[in-house]
Design a protein around this ligand. Sequence first.
Ligand code: ADP
Ligand code: MG
Length: 612
Amino acid sequence: MVDIIQLLPDNIANQIAAGEVIQRPASAVKELLENAVDAGATEIQLLVNDAGKALIQVIDNGKGMSVTDARMAFERHATSKISNIDDLFKIKTMGFRGEALASIAAVAQIELKTKRDEDEAGIYIEIENSIVKKQEPIATKTGTSIAMKNLFFNVPARRNFLKSNAVELRHIVDEFIRVAMAFPEIFFSLNSNGQQVFHLEKGTLKQRIVQILGNNYNAKLVSLQERTDYLDIIGFVGKPEIAKKTRGDQFLFVNSRFIKSAYLNHAIMRAFENMIPKDSFPMYALFIDLNPAQVDINVHPTKQEIKFEDEQIVYAFVQSAVKHALAQHSITPTLDFELDATIQNLDAVNKPITDLDRSSASTSTLFQTFSQKNQAHFVEKNSELKHWKDFYEKPNEQSDNNNFATATQTPVFESLLQNIEQPTEFNNPLQIHNAYIVVQNNNGYLLLNQQNAHERVLYEKFAIAVAGKAIATQQSLFPTTLELSPADTHILHELLPDLKQLGYLLEPFGNNTFVLQGTPADVGQKGDLQAIEKIVEQYKHFSNDLKFTKREKLLRTLCLQQAIKPGTVLALTEMKTLIEELFLCETPNATPNGKPTYMSFKKNELDKIFGR
Ligand code: ADP
Ligand code: MG
């Protein structure tokens, strides 16, 4: 018997391994572009011939390599980016496996030119079949140029698998766009067969998106920027009106890495629900940044999937951030309000705030409280004056040079800003007609309808409660029983689980009877039994409204029931809390039924009206 196991020669082993990393020209493009980014380049050029089949060349002005490193770089598992296993959980670079260059060298002919700033001369290296053919000093500028020619020249089976030039070039452009989108501060260009396809000047993310997707996006982007302890999310979503029938303009990045995630895509689609037709797709370019330890990027070099330590948090956060951005962008009060034309034309009603205004607002403490700890926009009880105080706080001075300009903003933000600018000038709110609240700020005043505002606040609170974070129940000292008609009993049975989430603890007791064991802690015992009867009554009112789910009907019922009614005198702290809670809502400007909650009036516009 002869032994049959033998070691594969290096070049064959490398070719096999290379197949994992380099499947087509576009995979090599991605690796080379990422290496240039990792090298700290501020200018990166990509040149391809024959859709990358004949030539892929990336020229960068990054930090270059020493002679030894240039040789080492092509060894398998040669990397400067990690040195021990712990580093895997702190990765800040695009690459870390040390496989790309070794793979490319196994399946193409390579010409490398590289020079570090501190070196007199650079180095030129030629490699073919993983073997160095030539190495000599060369005069060249700081940075690196890697040209790979005749991809798969030595693996005909793979070469035959490549698609038409049109298809392969499309893949290359896709990879190019994904990297270019993630690094707007870097200049990128793409030339194909000597023709310039992209020339992307350094700029803001918004400019980069417009450069890539086209000028028509310019006024159609809604900016999004939310920061929490757990993760940050920034970027842009397209306004609902530019949603397309085809997928494509959808970009999601995690720690600057392009990823595909059906799960997070779903979160974004949910945020757009009812704003775009069912069969269309919104544009988005969103960047999620979180501690690398919370993400497993170690899945597979060519796969774009990603594993999060806690997927659900990321889902909830993405959805709420997008919703919030969309809410900020829509200016509902003007839609429902029949007003004198002069007032309709007030800046406060229809003018977006400036980018400068916004950038300072977005760094303010108040803005941060919108999104604390995954509870985006949730108002904690007992926070009473805490957030309100933030109204007065000055924006954080050191960090307001962000690039994320926005197209439109609502009066909400405006009013916040006005208060942030000159904190001392803020006056106490004033109740009029026992139904409205007037609150002055630097630039004018807001007029709130107390019932509408409270309906909105309650609605969001209840929505959070039924989604999982139950409202605390206060146990009744003396449980009372409630008897209903058979029809009402049926209704109440259906509502029991949601009512429990909302703080009402009811137990069926047979024979159309229920025992009320507890009521929401913050509502108290006020007319508890009657309250339940009223809920059922109101609920029946909605019952023909097919467009609402049972839960939605219940939420709306409770809002109507619990909202402060006209005629209720409010104490100063109650007014302040109400205003504060309203502006922490995701959609502060309207009730669930679309009635306006407040209007904003600017002093200079008032002056104009009065000829002053
Ligand atoms: P990885 O990026 O995973 O480290 P690569 O095979 O892509 O592995 O590259 C190997 C090493 O070569 C990198 O770690 C880096 O040190 C060096 N390198 C590659 N490309 C460049 C470049 N454009 N500029 C400077 N150094 C580079
Ligand atoms: Mg790399």
